[in-house]
Design a protein around this ligand. Structure first.
Ligand code: WAQ
Ligand code: MG
Ligand code: MG
Ligand code: MG
Length: 257
């Protein structure tokens, strides 16, 4: 038996009542870790760079171990971009190489750039047309029920690659991207953080998780994610997978990236 632990925190009022999204997190852990993971999530919600939360929803649900599927995380590549403009151009080119139509890649980037406030989840976008397919407005689709299979092994792997201490954004994003890219019909993902001090973002494709050191201006509290999907994808099935399929992520076999 595993536990899905999900947290979402907002300021002003709940998300449903229009509060400002502060922080969210999702883990999939054993019973021994449950209370410490839940406590860590509360701490995170209460001391976030986006502001102090005064609404916190913490949800714990059991997940049968038989339902869990394993997925391997993607090789990580870092592209040092001199500024945000160059970063976005490189990210756009990578999306196009992954099979996103140029018009859709441009529309996706514009949609993120033009967000009035941060989304809590991801926009699902048609990789051919660039049209948004989910109808969840500022909520977006929130991926959950995923975690790292073996944390020590994961941290060692990241360390060997030079992603050492305190790279919590990267650690979590690599796990999320592994689940996202394993979903049926997924073409690519584009992300940048809503944490004002965190300018890096990434494009995930079936081949790699490519980080760009600058995708948004320092200080901006607007971030988000876009999942570009194939035109004929069953949206309900995809969203179900992203939200409910329990996934544990393992590092590539020795010798891999
Ligand atoms: N499911 C779907 N969308 C999510 C989720 C989720 N579980 N978590 C966050 N998002 C969306 C949401 O719109 C947020 O506003 C946005 O992503 C950013 O979330 O390699 O820290 O947690 O150095 O701020 C990427 C680069 C960091 C890491 C991403 O995202 C690296 C990051 P944040
Ligand atoms: Mg978050
Ligand atoms: Mg996050
Ligand atoms: Mg954030």
């Amino acid at each position: 038996m595993l536990y899905s632990v999900r947290m979402r925190a907002a300021q002003g009022s709940s998300h449903e009542q229009g509060g400002k999204h502060i922080s969210g997190a999702e883990r999939l852990v054993s019973g021994e870790l449950l209370t410490s993971v839940a406590a860590a999530m509360l701490r995170r919600a209460l001391s976030h760079s986006r502001g102090t939360a005064d609404f916190i929803n913490l949800t714990v649900e059991t997940v049968p171990a038989e339902a869990v599927r394993e997925v391997t995380c993607l090789p990580i590549i870092t592209v040092n971009t001199p500024d945000m403009i160059a970063g976005r151009e490189s990210a756009q080119a990578m999306l196009i190489r992954a099979g996103v139509a140029p018009v859709a890649a441009a529309a996706g980037i514009s949609a993120l750039v033009g967000l009035p406030v941060s989304l809590r989840g991801a926009m699902v976008v048609n990789a051919q047309t660039g049209l948004r397919l989910d109808t969840q407005a500022e909520r977006g689709v929130r991926v959950s029920r995923m975690d790292i299979a073996d944390e020590q092994e994961y941290l060692h792997w990241l360390n060997r690659l030079g992603y050492g201490n305190n790279q919590i954004h990267l650690r979590e994003a690599v796990v999320l991207a592994a689940k996202v890219m394993s979903a049926p019909g997924m073409v690519a993902e584009l992300c940048w953080s809503d944490d004002p001090e965190y300018t890096a973002g990434y494009v995930a494709t079936p081949a790699a998780y490519t980080r760009f050191t600058q995708l948004k201006p320092y200080g901006s509290p607007i971030g988000g994610r876009i999942f570009f999907i194939q035109e004929n994808t069953d949206l309900k099935q995809l969203v179900d997978y992203l939200q409910y399929q329990p996934i544990l992520v393992k590092v590539p076999a020795a010798g891999g990236a």
